[in-house]
Design a protein around this ligand. Sequence first.
Ligand code: G6P
Length: 622
Amino acid sequence: MCGIVGYTGTREAAPILLDGLSRLEYRGYDSAGLAIRNGTELARVVKATGKLKNLAEKTDNGRSLPGTCGIGHTRWATHGEPNQTNAHPHVSGNARRSASGPVESDVVGVHNGIIENFEELKQKLLNNGYQFYSGTDTEVVIKLVDYYYKKYKIGPVDAINRMMVRVKGSYALVLMFRDYPGEIYAARKDSPMIIGVTGEESFAASDVPAILKYTRTVYYMGNLECARMIPGSVTFYDLNGDEVQKDTTEITWDAESAEKGGFEHFMIKEIHEQPKAMHDTLNSIIRDGRIDLSGAELTDEILQKTSQVYIVACGSAWHAGMAGQYVIEDLAELPVRVELASEFRYRKLLLEKDALVIVISQSGETADSLAALRIAREKGIRTLAVVNVVGSTIAREADHVLYTLAGPEIAVATTKAYCAQLAAMYCLALQMALVRGRLDPERYTAMIEELLTIPDKIEKVLEDKGRIQWFSSKFANAQDVFFIGRGLDYAISLEGSLKMKEVSYIHSESYAAGELKHGTISLVEDNTLVIGVLTQNDLIEKTTSNMTECKARGAYLMGLTSYGNYSIEDVADFTIYVPKTDSHFVGSLAVVPLQLLGYYTGVARGLDVDKPRNLAKSVTVE
Ligand code: G6P
C-alpha cells in the first residue's frame, strides 16, 4: 500500500513523478505529495488530499515545481488520518507546513509500510529536541535518520543503516538529503522497491508500472538494503555499508498493458483480458498436451510424496484457493486445507512434514501471505508460490514458483489475475491427479483439451454482457445481495459477492446454500436479490431448493447456470447461462457474469470502480 516514485536525471522530475504515481494510485489514494529539488536549491514540497488529480491541479501538472530530482507519494493511511499534514513527503525540520514552498530540512522522504516501534522512537526524538507536526510513523523515521546523520556526522548511507537497525516493522523509504543535491536514497524491509536505470536517468518505484514507460531493466532491492541513486547510476549497500553487486531483471510486460486501451475503466478492460490471461497462463504450463511443471521445478516425485496441501492467501486469491481445493480434492484425492494468510500466520497449525504450502498472490507482496510463507519455510515445509508479479518477494522466497501470466493488473478489484490463478490451480490439480494415479491418461488428455477451450468460452460469456448491464441498472439501488452455492459454486459465489461489495458498496454476502437457513435467511425480505450459482450438476437440485425457500420469503432470484439447465427458469426470475464445460473448470466461466454484475452496478451508482474507497490493491501491511 502507498505508492512511491523517485527520479533523478536530466528531465523535469515533477511530471515524471506524477505520471508514475498515476500508475501506482491503485496502491492508495487518500492523499498525495511531491518534493522536488532544483539544483542545489532546497526541496519544495506540495501535498494535496484526495486523488492524485488534486495534486496535479495544484502543481499545474508539475509545471510549478521545476527541478530534475524529486520524490512522490500516493497514500493509503495507516497512522494518522488522511489529511494534508499527514500526507507525504515528510521532512526532518520542525515546521508545520501546509503551503507549498522550500523546506528548511536536511532530510525529506516518503514511506510505504508500518513502523511498529514508532511511539518509542518518537519519545527518544522528543527527548532530543525534535518536534512533530503530523500523526504519522513516517515523520518519526525521517527524523530518526536526521538524528543519526547529525549526531554521528556520517553520510546518508550510514545514517540510513543506523535507522534500519533501530526500526521495527516494514518499510520502503525514499529520501533526499539537503547536502546531496541530485541524489536519492532508498531503503527497504518487507515492502517492495525497484530501481530502474537508463541513460542519464535513475528511477525508484514501489512497482513496475510506474517506470515501465522509461525502462524495462530493473533491480529488485533486497531486504535491509540501501541504495544511492545519481543520474544514470545506482549503488547498493548492505547493513554494514559494504557495496552489494546485483543483477538486473528484464520486465517483459509491455507498457500498453498498463493503459486503458479505449475502455472506460481498467476493471472492464481487465475483465475482457481474461481469455488472454487464461490462454497465456495455460500455454506456459501445458506443452504438447501435457502439463509441464518443470519451470516451477515441481517433479512428479514431489507431487507423489505430498501428503497434504495447505493453500494460503488473502482476498480473491483465497477464493481462487477455495476453488482449487475442491478441484484438487476431487481429482487428486489429496487432503487440502485453505487458510486465510492472516489467520494461518498466528495459528499453531501442526503441519505435516510432507505437506506442500501453496501461497497464491497476484502482487507477491501481501504482508500476511509473505509472513505465512516464511512461517512454512521456517518449519521446513515445502512452499510453492502462485504469483503474478515476476521478481516479487513471495516469488523470490518460495521454494517453487508458478507464475500466472495475467500481465499488469491495475484495477484494485482483481479479475484477470484471479482468472489466471484458477488456471494455475487446475493444472496443479490435474498433474497431482495423474502422478498419484487418480486420473487415467485418456481422461487427463481429454480434460487438458477441454481446459484449453476455456479462453474461447470466456469470450462467449463476455458477448452476453449487455443483459448483465441491464440487470445491474435494475438492482443498482439494492440494499443487500446474497450469493449462494454449494461446493465449487460456493467458491465462485464468494468471489462474486466480494466483487459486488468492493466496487458497488452494496452489502453482499456469500453463503454455502445449505447454511442460509441457519440465520441469514432472516434478512431476506420482499425483493431482496438472491443469486444462486448452479453449475455443479449433482448439487443443482439442492441449491434450487434453497433458492425456492428464499423466494417464499419474497426474494427476487437470479440463477447462474450452464446452457442446458433450462429448468432453472421455473424458479429463477432472471437467468444467465454460460457455455457447458467440465464441472471442475466451469467456475472460470461462471465468475465472469458476477464480475460484470459488480462492475456495472458500481458504474450505475456513479462510483470510481477502479479505485473503490478504503481499499488498496497491494496490501503490504498487516
Ligand atoms: C487486496 C486486493 C484484492 C486481492 C488481495 C490479495 O485486498 O484488493 O484484490 O485479492 O489484496 O492480494 P494478492 O496480491 O496477494 O493477490
